[in-house]
Design a protein around this ligand. Structure first.
Ligand SMILES: NC(=O)c1ccc[n+]([C@@H]2O[C@H](COP(=O)([O-])OP(=O)(O)OC[C@H]3O[C@@H](n4cnc5c(N)ncnc54)[C@H](OP(=O)(O)O)[C@@H]3O)[C@@H](O)[C@H]2O)c1
Length: 353
């Protein structure tokens, strides 16, 4: 695989051209206890764009708004050539029940706030950030479509939602002639392969490009976490405040450290870094359009961009797959059995999709 940031890909069932690695801007600003100060964030942005990168990922609430505000500043000189993605549902104001969630009032309020912070009059790609279990999908889809028709948003997408709801939403959008969802942003990495059960196959079938976030499992797959980090008791070896966040998310586990160790071994054999191997693994999946990289420093960004020319072939691929395999569960395990194939296709020579 010899990719570059200007080897553009189409995002899902759309004509939108995006780089094969998106730049995550949750590290822009230090309000969350880690991340890059303004000058450092500017370097990250400039390096990514100078190499041909055009796909930038932020959210209304990243670093308490600093991420969007910094991007609003950095994109002043060349807004048009970038694909700016942001998200709504998490912008909550205490005492205002409609300020968060997926409802129409939250949607329009959040988009207005993002437009102000990003210093732009349109958002290229708007994600529903987190499923709220309450808003009717017709209300969401109609609101998203109104924003597209009004020109404030160009494309719509979804993150962190059950596969059955997303496929239902896509079917309704298609039947009503509303703007389809063109991307699915989910956590997907060698430590978290749960998306392989339903979300990723659903995305392929329904025309959503998969945009994996946390491709390094918050840094755990870089090999910089050790068993000392399991307890989070202050003896940790990882070098930033990100580790307490990873603890809260439950990412630092025996199992994930074992996966990281295999990544480290494969990287040593290939003469690459663990971050490059872990990123190349997510890129290798044909359903994946663009992992969102989360560099905090220019050196990390350089390292991560090196994933674009890692050629992952057998046997390293099988080794990584085996070390990180998950049970697919019902009905996938049952459907994968030989007796099912025999019952449905017999001796037919039938290629699976
Ligand atoms: N849709 C959603 O709900 C959602 C959720 C999460 C993230 N996202 C998006 O995805 C982006 C990436 O997520 P993420 O930050 O979790 O990604 P990640 O790549 O899994 O983790 C990033 C962290 O890993 C460490 N790191 C990165 N590159 C490294 C390297 N080459 N060597 C050593 N350490 C390295 C840094 O941690 P240290 O600070 O410890 O160095 C960095 O903060 C975010 O910026 C955001 O845009 C979306």
């Amino acid at each position: 695989m010899q990719l570059t940031l200007d080897t553009y890909r189409l995002l899902g069932r759309s004509g939108l051209r995006v780089s094969p690695l998106a730049l995550g801007a949750a590290t822009f600003g230090t309000e969350w206890g880690w991340g890059a100060e303004q000058d450092e964030a500017r370097k990250l942005f400039d390096t990514y764009v100078e190499r041909g990168g055009n796909f930038i990922d932020t959210a209304s609430t990243y670093t308490d708004g600093s991420s969007e505000r910094l991007l609003g500043d950095f994109t002043r000189s060349d807004r048009e050539s970038l694909v700016l993605a942001t998200k709504y549902t998490t912008l909550r104001r205490p005492g205002d029940p409609n300020s968060g969630g997926a409802n129409r009032k939250s949607l329009f309020g959040s988009v207005e706030s993002s437009l102000r912070q990003l210093n732009t009059d349109y958002i290229d790609l708007l994600y529903l950030h987190v499923w709220d279990f309450t808003t009717p999908v017709e209300e969401i889809l109609r609101g998203l479509d109104d924003l597209v028709r009004g020109g404030k948003v160009l494309y719509v997408a979804i993150s962190n939602a059950p596969a059955w709801q997303v496929s239902r939403m896509q079917a309704i959008a298609d039947l009503r002639g509303w703007s389809p969802l063109v991307a699915l942003e989910i956590e997907y990495n060698l430590a978290q392969r749960g998306g392989e059960r339903d979300l990723i196959p659903m995305a392929r079938e329904m025309g959503l490009g998969v945009v994996p976030y946390s491709p390094l499992a918050g840094g755990v797959l870089t090999g910089k976490y050790t068993r000392a980090d399991l307890t989070g008791d202050g003896t940790a070896s990882a070098d930033s405040n990100r580790k307490s966040f990873n603890h809260a998310l439950g990412t630092v586990t025996e199992r994930n450290l074992a996966v990281a160790e295999t990544v480290r071994e494969v990287a040593a054999e290939l003469g690459r870094t663990p971050a490059q191997v872990a990123l190349a693994w997510t890129l290798h999946n044909p359903a994946v359009t663009a992992p969102v990289i989360g560099a905090r420093t220019p050196a990390q960004l350089e390292d991560n961009l090196g994933a674009l020319d890692v050629d992952l072939t057998e046997p390293p691929l099988s080794r990584l797959d085996a070390a990180s395999a998950i049970e697919l569960g019902l009905p996938h395990d049952m459907l994968a059995g030989d007796h099912i194939r025999q019952a449905t296709a017999g001796d037919l020579k039938l290629e699976p999709r």
